[in-house]
Ligand binder design. Structure first.
Ligand code: FAD
Length: 366
């Protein structure tokens, strides 16, 4: 028998790692949901009716079998018995040589009065519930202008639903006013109504009270960010902060136990995106195969699509920006290109990622 890698969580981090390792290791996944892997970034497309259910599920149960990945659905990991190298679950015990926590995160719940009238979006089940109400109501109030709120607003408005987006700031995603306005204008073209610098005070069945007045709407979805699933690690005596604490090789405080994806925290950073989670899995796969590799947590690079507007945010996008062409704004730190935001045509993303990492100057880029 080969080395046994036990992965907890069948999200994009867990499934990517399993795919990478299945040829060289005995791979077991334990997942508390009863569905095979589904694509979370596509959930708002599904709610809007832009794709059908099938498009969310790229890997069938047969695919796992064919790739020799032992998938255990409907199994909740309860505690890691590190002394015996066993995982205790709702359906018995699993042995491991190497254990990987890929437990992801959940949506941050609103703490507001009347929160029972608010929904959040993280799972397929959440998406089904939202879709059902939306199809009856024809309109939605989205509270929170992070990438999930913007994505959802874009897709719903694109197919003709009436969408109101409440945001506590007047800029988005940590970007400057000019870039934020480009995103906002694009969504407004599709009919999204923005309520900026507006805070939620109280939710009711038929609307919300904000500090700028009452906004009507039966379907109200909060997109307030994520809370990493760290409880299993904490119960098992593994160090955690906001997420499960790791080094740049994904090692937790416990021997032979790693953490990747949305549950992992490095130096105060929780990546929180599908792209980063896949990269974590690929780097960890290299490390477990004995190759030298590490992940640069300080360098962010994300891709989103808001309505019809694809956008990539790379590196450090603070400070003064300079446009290079119509669709790329770069940010400079002491003459070196430190970051960039690209709209529309994203073919340049990997090239720019590399150039920024290689520390080229703005003159070299021009
Ligand atoms: C609506 C939406 C849109 C998004 N859009 C984008 C986008 O455009 N671009 C982008 O890069 N990212 C996007 N994201 C973020 C992206 O989906 C997440 O970063 C990614 O899913 C994280 O993957 P993960 O595998 O770490 O965690 P998850 O996907 O959360 O998977 C973790 C899995 O672990 C399981 N689990 C947890 N605890 C246990 C336990 N004790 N026992 C057994 N199983 C357990 C959970 O059930 C879950 O299936 C979006 C997310 C949402 C919700």
């Amino acid at each position: 028998m080969g080395v046994k890698v036990l992965i907890i969580g069948n999200g994009i981090a867990g499934v990517t790692l399993a795919k990478e390792l299945s040829k060289d290791f005995e791979v077991i996944i334990v997942e508390r949901e009863t569905l095979p892997y589904y694509n979370k970034p596509m959930l708002s497309h599904y709610i809007a009716g832009l794709v059908d259910e099938k498009a969310l599920f790229p890997y069938s149960r047969e695919w796992y079998l064919k790739n020799s990945i032992n998938l255990n659905l409907g199994v909740e990991a309860k505690i890691i018995d590190r002394a015996r190298k066993k995982l205790v679950t709702s359906k018995g015990e699993f042995n491991y040589d190497i254990l990987v926590l890929a437990t992801g995160a959940r949506a941050r719940e609103p703490a507001t009065k009347g929160k029972e009238h608010l929904m959040t979006l993280r799972t397929f089940e959440d998406a089904e519930r939202i879709k059902n109400i939306l199809e009856n109501e024809g309109e939605a109030v989205i509270i929170g202008g992070g990438f999930i709120g913007l994505e959802l607003a874009g897709n719903l408005s694109k197919v003709g639903y009436e969408v109101k987006l409440i945001h506590r700031r007047d800029t988005f995603l940590g970007l400057d006013g000019e870039l934020s306005n480009i995103i906002m204008q694009k969504l407004e073209e599709f009919g999204v109504r923005f309520y900026l610098n507006t805070n939620l005070v109280k939710a009711e069945e038929n609307g919300i009270q904000t500090d700028k007045g009452y906004i009507k709407g039966k379907l109200k979805i909060c997109a307030f960010g994520i809370v990493p699933n760290r409880e299993l690690a904490v119960r098992s005596g593994i160090h955690a902060g906001r997420g499960i604490l790791i080094d740049d090789q994904f090692r937790t405080s416990a021997q032979n136990i790693y953490a990747i994806g949305d549950c992992a925290e490095y130096g105060g950073i929780i990546c929180g995106t599908a792209k980063a989670s896949m990269e974590h899995a690929r780097v960890l796969a290299n490390i477990l195969r004995g190759k030298m590799d590490s992940y640069d947590f300080k360098f962010r690079s994300t891709i989103f699509k808001f309505a019809d507007l694809p956008i990539a945010i790379i590196g450090n996008t603070k400070g003064e920006g300079v446009w290079i062409g119509d669709n790329v704004k770069v940010f400079v730190d002491e003459n070196f290109v430190a970051g960039a935001v690209i709209f529309e045509d994203l073919r340049m993303v990997s090239k720019l990622e590399k150039l920024i990492k290689d520390k080229i100057t703005i003159d070299q880029l021009r």
